[in-house]
Design a protein around this ligand. Structure first.
Ligand code: NI
Length: 170
C-alpha cells in the first residue's frame, strides 16, 4: 500500500477526461487500494484516479467514516444512467485547496459501474452518497465543482488561490 500525491487545481491532469478501464488485473486492484489509503490519509470521502495523476475511470468512496469503520466502494467505469430531484449543498474537494461552495446536484441517481473484477452492477444512490458520486464522476470527465459555480465566485477563488500559493512559496 502506498500514499499517493493528490494533485491540486490548476494541475492539467485534473482537466483530462479519464480513459475507460479495460484491464481488470492486480495492478488495478493495487491502484484502488492505494487510492483508498490516500483518501483515508487526506482525509476525504472520495477520490478519483485522475486526482493522483492516473487518467483512468476509477473512483473510491467511503461514506461510512462516521461509524469509524473503513469500508469503501470502488467504482470502475461508472456512469449515471438516471438522475432526479435537485439539491444545493456545500462541497469541497481534495484537489481544490481551502475552498467550499454550494453546488447543485441530483438528489437521486442510478449508477451502473464495474467491480474490480470487471463484473457490471447497478445501484441507486440518494442524498449525500449521490452527491459524492456525482462529484467524483465529474472528476473523471475533467470537471471540478468550481466549474459548477458562478464565474464571479470562480474568479474570486482563483484570486484567493494565487494568494495562498504565493504565501506558501514565500
Ligand atoms: Ni473532488
Amino acid at each position: 500500500m502506498a500514499i499517493l500525491t493528490i494533485l491540486t487545481f490548476p494541475h492539467p491532469i485534473l482537466r483530462r477526461k479519464a480513459e475507460q478501464v479495460t484491464r481488470f488485473d492486480d495492478e488495478l486492484k493495487q491502484l484502488a487500494a492505494d487510492m483508498a489509503e490516500t483518501m483515508y490519509e487526506a482525509p476525504g470521502v472520495g477520490l478519483a484516479a485522475n486526482q493522483i495523476g492516473v487518467p483512468r475511470q476509477l473512483i473510491v468512496i467511503d461514506i461510512s467514516r462516521e461509524e469509524g469503520e473503513k469500508k469503501y466502494f470502488v467504482l470502475v467505469n461508472p456512469v449515471i444512467t438516471n438522475g432526479e430531484g435537485c439539491e444545493v449543498d456545500e462541497e469541497g474537494c481534495l484537489s481544490v485547496l481551502e475552498y467550499t461552495a454550494k453546488v447543485k446536484r441530483f438528489t437521486k441517481i442510478h449508477v451502473t459501474a464495474q467491480e474490480l473484477d470487471g463484473k457490471t452492477f447497478g445501484f441507486d444512490a440518494e442524498d449525500r452518497f449521490a452527491r459524492i458520486i456525482q462529484h467524483e464522476i465529474d472528476h473523471l470527465h475533467g470537471k471540478l465543482f468550481i466549474d459548477r459555480i458562478s464565474s464571479l465566485k470562480r474568479n474570486l477563488y482563483k484570486k484567493k488561490l494565487k494568494k495562498i500559493l504565493r504565501s506558501e512559496a514565500a
